[in-house]
Design a protein around this ligand. Structure first.
Ligand SMILES: [Zn+2]
Length: 95
């Protein structure tokens, strides 16, 4: 699992994900990640609370999708980030 490998090397995580990593760490610290399991499929999705004042909540697959604006803008459109901070937070919380 590439992500777990990266987590074991936190300095390089920060290098890869930059400010998103700091935001993700704050979200995890504030217990902003909830895992919602499907029954009976056993699949799960994350509900992640954002850092804006409104505390928006985003549904998010850690591997490949988040409903937030940053995911569409930074990840899909511009390709400048590997994932958004909500996905990072979900992965950190699950690891
Ligand atoms: Zn997101």
């Amino acid at each position: 699992n590439l992500f777990l490998l990266l987590v074991s090397k936190k300095p390089s995580l920060h290098f890869l994900f930059g400010k998103n990593f700091e935001g993700a760490t704050r979200i995890v610290d504030q217990r902003g990640v909830k895992r919602i399991s499907g029954n009976p499929s056993g699949r799960f999705i994350f509900q992640v609370t954002g850092e804006s004042r409104k505390k928006d909540q985003y549904l998010c697959f850690a591997e490949n999708f988040c409903a937030c604006y940053s995911f569409f803008y930074d990840v899909v459109n511009r390709g400048e980030q590997l994932c958004c901070k909500h996905q990072l937070a979900a992965r950190l919380a699950a690891s």
